[in-house]
Design a protein around this ligand. Sequence first.
Ligand code: PLP
Length: 433
Amino acid sequence: MSAPDLHLWHPFTQEGADPAPLQIRRGEGVFLETQDGRQILDAISSWWVNLHGHSHPAIAAAIAGQAARLEHVLFAGFSHEPAEELASRLGKIVPAPLRHIFFSDDGSTAVEVALKLAVQYWRNCSQPGKCRIVALENAYHGDTFGAMSVSDDSPFTSAFDSLRLPVLRVHSAYCAHCPVGLTRATCQIECLGKLERLLAERGHEIAAVIVEPLLQGAGGMIVHPEEFLAGIRRLTTAHDVLLIADEVLTGFGRTGRMFACDRAGVFPDFMCVAKGLTGGFLPLAATLTTERVHDAFTGADRARAFFHGHSYTANPIACAAANANLHIFDTEPVFERIAAIEQVHAARLPEFAEHPGVADVRHIGSVAAIELNVPDAGYLSSLRPRLYEFYLNRGVLLRPLGNVVYILPPYVITPGQLNFVYDIIRDSLALLP
Ligand SMILES: Cc1ncc(COP(=O)(O)O)c(C=O)c1O
């Protein structure tokens, strides 16, 4: 008698309560095709990873070619052409002071690397007391322990509170629910005051501030004013504290520029990238940093080394996918597509803003969010599963963050397809209590 197949335990899924997963057999452009032939429009880029459409032939070909030449080699003591090419390509597009790149596997590990580098940097500089991390309210940086610690308290983290690292928490510029009770039209970004006081009092204990620049993703697609990010950079520089920009979501065009930091003219000390790095094909991540940080790990003393790495660090096939992805930025009108998406967001959101069931609308670059008024606001809002099912039944993949419905499409979505998504969201407002 053969053993039964293993049960597939899916992420972020309520075992025994959520509907059975949909079987997908193909992907092309913005569409996913189910096993029974239904087309589903992927309006969230499959968890924010896809950039240029599913199964883009150029990335698929690069992967196949690389797999046939060199599938993998350990990255300690060895290097390879796909990684060198990727370092060269990224070097041309990241903020200028970032000159060193450390590869890892996904967004969470890129954040772990940044946190560990920041803490060890100060230790290597003979300031071991500078070891605390500051993070924002509503932050989300991943599910591993370090990343989960810098993420704000949420249903994702509550089971592990006893083991999360202590983190200093400051305000996020969540203008729709201003943490200091002001309105954006007249405020002077007073929400920065908490960080300013903290750095003034305890800067000597603080290694780094970590932020999702301009757009906090899983915390509710919260768009920050550029002045907020610029202010964080100004304060961290003034108090000699490192700045980690987690661009895992915002990188590669999502906010309308290659990186969100570019929009605010901010040069971070660390930048974390993942998700879109391979165009959504393979897991690959990187943490980039400056000469100053790298210098502190350099020299004959082995105790200064960064003892961190993953088996698949800089996997050649994933690097080849990333190179093909970045080549598409050079050869296809990617930023024109993003601008066209942003135009549709700007045209369609006002009709939602006027709806009594809508608390706030916001957008930046290719990303838009509609926050709904519900009595049980938050990730576990009872409206969320009903919305999710409603959208899927209409052929659109949208995964609301509780009462926040957001659109984060592959850049190849057409204005017609995007308007279709908006029409379905408009119809879904009938589900509001
Ligand atoms: C800003 C940010 N950082 C880190 C992560 C974690 O990335 P991953 O899921 O690839 O570990 C995410 C994932 O959504 C994210 O949005």
